[in-house]
Design a protein around this ligand. Structure first.
Ligand code: NAP
Length: 281
């Protein structure tokens, strides 16, 4: 392909994605000529689309719902995270023109905590993960990579937590939601990955009384930026990290693959996205 390199966020729909804002910021900051757009791909066309990215003028792309599993299937090579999750959110072509896929959600989660609360994983005995959806799967994988001894998964639908625990094996354990109170007392980290607490959704109602004050509390919901969970944790003295940085950090590896520069998540980018979301900083 000749001319400026082009990437895009693909999915169905892609209208609400903040990825063009994030990659557009980095392209401008680094004075690069490429572009990053939105590209809606209908479900029936998805697999063929990913198998023929250059025909669509793309050197790679991000993949969002509902195509992450389809994209992984279309790849010739997958990184460890995408293999473990059976889902890819970042695609690129290697020098041989073969389609490669990564799942960067877990890296984005870790990158956010590393940046916002360095040393957060010095104590890594017990993590509690609320939720068992796609994001939870990536986060359980990431926490096991960081050598947490126990990653306890609590979900409304217990069976979904059990499926993740069975897949990831030693260290990941599924629990019924109503057992949460008995396990909070030993947690080093509490993560909300459910959609609860997001603007327009039901609140997340949990009692933090047993949680050690040193435990880090993070929420991957970022609208609002400070969820009720984070506010309650902060008010009782726990350190907290909001979820916006996960969105920003998960984007960086793709930018490097497509445009050749590993970009930084800096304050200016964060402020830009905060403004666009219309959330209180
Ligand atoms: P998902 O696959 O649809 O999973 C949703 C999770 O929320 C499931 O565990 C589900 O429980 C739980 N849930 C939903 N409504 C509930 C309710 N009324 N009561 C109890 N549990 C409920 O979604 P996802 O992709 O994992 O995303 C989850 C959240 O994370 C979303 O808010 C998303 O915007 C956010 N997110 C943020 C980032 C970031 O970069 N910060 C990245 C990915 C996702 P059941 O299994 O029982 O249905």
């Amino acid at each position: 392909m000749t001319g400026p390199r082009k990437s895009a966020v693909t999915g169905w729909p892609v209208t609400h994605s903040r990825s063009p804002l994030i990659h557009g910021y980095w392209l401008k900051k680094h004075g690069l000529e490429g572009s990053y757009d939105r590209c809606g791909v209908e479900p029936e066309a998805a697999e063929a689309f990913y198998r023929s990215l250059p025909e669509h003028g793309l050197v790679g792309c991000n993949v969002t719902v509902p195509h992450k599993e389809t994209a992984a299937k279309a790849c010739v090579h997958l990184d460890d995270a995408a293999k473990a999750m059976g889902a890819a959110n970042t695609l690129w072509l290697n020098d041989a023109g073969e389609l490669c896929g990564a799942n960067t959600d877990g890296l984005g989660f870790l990158g956010n905590l590393d940046q916002q609360h360095p040393g957060w994983d010095n104590r890594h005995d017990e993590a509690i993960v609320l939720g068992a959806g796609g994001a939870a799967r990536a986060i359980v994988w990431a926490l096991l990579e960081r050598k947490f001894s126990y990653v306890r998964i609590f979900n409304r639908t217990f069976e979904k937590a059990q499926i993740i625990a069975d897949e990831f094996g030693a260290g990941s354990i599924a629990h019924p939601w109503d057992e949460l109170g008995s396990y909070l007392g030993k947690a080093d980290l509490l993560v909300n990955t459910t959609a609860l607490g997001m603007s327009g959704k039901d609140p997340l109602q949990i009692d933090l009384a047993n949680l050690p004050r040193k435990a880090l509390v993070t929420d991957i919901v970022y609208v609002p930026l400070e969820t009720d969970l984070l506010r309650a944790a902060r008010e009782r003295g726990n350190p907290t990290v909001d979820g916006l940085g996960m969105l920003l950090h998960q984007a960086a590896p793709g930018f490097e693959k497509w445009f050749g520069v590993l970009p930084e998540v800096d304050d200016e980018l964060r402020a830009l996205v905060v403004k666009d979301l219309g959330v209180q900083a």
